[in-house]
Design a protein around this ligand. Structure first.
Ligand code: C2E
Ligand code: MG
Ligand code: MG
Ligand code: MG
Length: 293
């Protein structure tokens, strides 16, 4: 039995490859249909000030509301959408939708005038010809200012997109805020950071996770925050799940945070309800608020 396995391995491998590409083609077909049928929706996760607990913005996170499977995570379909190029049309839908949501909130909740919407961009979308003009057209049409939108770009797309500097300078000049997403995971060299007009570093969840277990983890986060401060960049910590992590980040002077401790990503309705209350999420009430005047 063991002997025959050696020979069969290639056959199995080939078949697996074939199954895999068939599966990808199937998902691609499904995704294309889903786009037509408007089966995608956005959820919104609050981003809060770690100093006073206030909601400063939301990150738009796409979900696939699959007729049979229910809500499908982007981790399952974004990579396939990237591979098949479908990501560009999907990303435009997402961008437009997130802008519309922000506009609605600005109108409904005037006390949240400075609320930001963070939108994830794919490297492919950034490289698309006429990208800047298209973004501009959507802003005009929806009626939101570029300055209330933060574009998140993963660290790995910095490596993959040669003309990125030029495009980012353009977007920055239009007034967008720019963030590097999952910072620390993409092997981009810190020395290149100043070449890009970056406003925000989002410290990857894996470092926040490590902090409680490993003093080196704390040192890494501290180094990122200090580096950012020296270059006039602010920091958002991703994936804050415990009070201990929150307190540690506060002592390291990280300004903003996002994570299940405050709130999971919410559907549009639930996120609106949170804004309507204008209350501090319960988990943030432990932060000592400055005395009211
Ligand atoms: P990301 O941009 O780094 O988004 C943060 C992810 O961390 C989200 O996962 C969010 O639900 C999750 N998260 C937030 N707080 C916590 C926490 O406290 N603990 C844990 N364990 N997880 C937390 P999600 O929504 O599954 O998205 C995964 C990734 O898919 C995103 O990572 C982003 O890279 C990509 N993605 C999501 N939406 C879009 C989109 O609209 N466009 C593009 N291009 N990519 C997207
Ligand atoms: Mg993101
Ligand atoms: Mg992130
Ligand atoms: Mg992440």
């Amino acid at each position: 039995y063991a002997k025959s396995r050696g020979r069969d391995r290639y056959v199995v491998f080939d078949r697996k490859m074939q199954d895999r590409s068939l599966a990808i083609m199937q998902v691609e077909k499904d995704l294309r249909l889903a786009l037509e049928r408007e089966e995608f929706c956005l959820h919104y996760q609050p981003i809060v000030s770690l100093i006073n607990g206030e909601i400063v913005g939301f990150e738009a996170l796409v979900r696939w509301n699959h007729p049979q499977r229910g809500l499908v995570s982007p981790a399952e379909f974004i990579p396939i959408a990237e591979q098949t190029g479908l990501i560009t049309s999907m990303s435009w839908w997402i961008f437009h939708q997130a802008c519309c949501q922000l506009r609605e909130w600005q109108l409904r909740f005037p006390h949240y005038q400075t609320l930001m919407m963070s939108i994830n961009l794919s490297g492919k979308q950034l490289e698309q010809l006429g990208m800047v003009e298209r973004v501009d057209r959507i802003l005009q049409e929806v009626g939101v200012a570029a300055s209330s939108i933060k574009l998140e770009i993963t660290e790995s797309s910095f490596k993959e997109t040669p003309a990125l500097g030029t495009i980012l300078n353009h977007l920055k000049a239009m007034g967008f805020q720019l963030a590097i997403d999952d910072f620390g995971t993409g092997y981009s060299s810190l020395s290149r950071l100043h070449q890009f007009p970056i406003d925000t570093l989002k410290i990857d969840r894996s470092f926040i996770n490590q902090m409680s277990r490993d003093p080196k983890g704390v040192a890494i986060v501290e180094a990122i925050v200090i580096l950012a401060q020296h270059t006039n960049i602010n920091t958002i910590s991703e994936g804050i799940e415990t009070i201990a992590q929150l307190e540690q980040l506060q002592s390291l002077n990280c300004e903003f945070g996002q994570g299940y401790l405050f709130s999971k990503p919410l559907d549009s309705h639930a996120a609106s309800a949170l804004l309507a209350q204008k209350v501090t999420p319960p988990s943030l009430q432990c932060i000592s608020l400055p005395p009211c005047q």
